[in-house]
Design a protein around this ligand. Structure first.
Ligand SMILES: NC(=O)C1=CN([C@@H]2O[C@H](COP(=O)(O)OP(=O)(O)OC[C@H]3O[C@@H](n4cnc5c(N)ncnc54)[C@H](O)[C@@H]3O)[C@@H](O)[C@H]2O)C=CC1
Ligand SMILES: O=C(O)C(=O)COP(=O)(O)O
Length: 303
């Protein structure tokens, strides 16, 4: 549905299920007032849902936090390997009739230091796989327990230490006000010259203009990006068109297996929320005052 169609139709439904392409704005939530009770995000990141407006409109927001974890981690590893070996550039050149073996000499992953920024579900699965590739894995996450990292053979370090020591950096934190544009001119300046960056988290954690500058100067040798601040990015985006950048159109969760799992997970979560059973697991539950939550649950049970 286009945003206009969604606005026109949302009031006919008790629940709305979306992926990242649909923005559940204050306008959508207000248009749904009176009937809409649950917003289901068929995936992890809920940065496309206005949680405050949902809470004010009496809507629970639920997500599908686990079913696409491995798909996203596998895509991160795929981008890491493709980037290091110039797979997309060499593929495009060969299809254009150019056999350029010298131009596309790559770099090895084995023995290199990989910094995982955000050691949650996806980040820790990337770490496990990177250990299998012989990489030295460090991670930064202000909330992750050190023993969880140790069990995988990764060391938890500060933000500064992670970005300063890494040959490769893989981003796995959610987009929040605290993580918006944390990769910027200042942080790129503290990285090793020739660092390589993978982003399957959210485009907004990177200041994309600063990344173009860092790529142009050679500070960042390469980047592999699945996500962008604005999706789809502009056709003439300097970042997307940069010769040292590998891109995919937000495919991290797009496997047959992950989408089947996500569909089941979100159907269960939305069904549970509509029956008033899973309200405590709603993403915005902590924002709903206890007395409002009780009334909301009563309403949900009545429907
Ligand atoms: N490209 C794609 O298709 C996909 C993208 N994602 C993105 O990946 C993100 C992570 O997904 P999961 O691992 O499942 O979520 P998660 O919630 O399990 O992990 C996120 C981790 O980030 C950490 N974190 C929070 N603030 C941080 C900060 N300032 N610095 C470092 N770490 C911080 C949290 O403590 C948590 O451990 C999602 O929020 C979503 O944006 C997830 C799935 C697919
Ligand atoms: O689960 C996530 O956070 C994702 O980014 C996946 O997004 P999608 O459902 O593929 O639009």
């Amino acid at each position: 549905m286009s945003p206009a169609e969604l606005l026109a139709k949302v009031a006919q439904f008790d629940a709305l299920i979306v992926r990242s392409g649909t923005k559940v704005t204050r306008g959508v939530l207000e248009a749904g007032r009176g009937r809409l009770r649950v917003v289901g995000r068929a995936g992890v990141g809920i940065d496309n849902v206005d949680l405050q407006a949902a809470t004010e409109a009496g809507c629970l927001v639920v997500n599908a936090p686990t079913a696409n974890t491995v798909a996203a981690a596998e895509h991160g590893i795929a981008l890491l390997a493709c980037m290091a070996r110039n797979v997309s550039q060499a593929d495009a050149a060969l299809k254009a009739g150019k056999w350029q073996r010298a131009k596309y000499v790559g770099v090895s992953l084995v023995g290199k230091t990989l910094a995982i920024m955000g050691f949650g579900k996806v980040g820790s699965e990337v770490a496990r796989r990177a250990k299998g590739l012989g990489m030295h894995v460090i991670a930064h996450d202000p909330y992750a327990p050190a023993d969880k990292a140790r069990a995988i053979g990764a060391e938890l370090v500060s933000f500064e230490e992670a970005i300063a020591k890494a040959d490769f950096i893989s981003l796995h934190m959610p987009l929040t006000p605290a993580t918006s544009k944390v990769f910027n001119d200042e942080s790129f300046g503290k990285m090793k010259t020739g660092v390589r960056i993978v982003n399957v988290a959210r485009g907004g954690v990177i200041d994309e203009d600063a990344l173009v500058r860092a790529l142009d100067s050679g500070k960042v040798a390469q980047a592999a990006l699945d996500v962008f601040t604005v999706e789809p990015p502009a056709k003439d985006s300097k970042l997307v068109l940069h010769e040292n950048v590998t891109v995919t159109p937000h495919l991290g969760a797009s496997t047959v297996e992950a989408q089947e799992g996500v569909a089941i997970e979100i159907a269960e979560a939305v069904g549970g929320a509509l029956r008033g059973e899973l309200a405590a697991t709603a993403v915005n539950a902590p924002m709903v005052p206890a007395e409002v939550r009780t009334k909301l649950l009563e309403k949900l049970r009545c429907r």
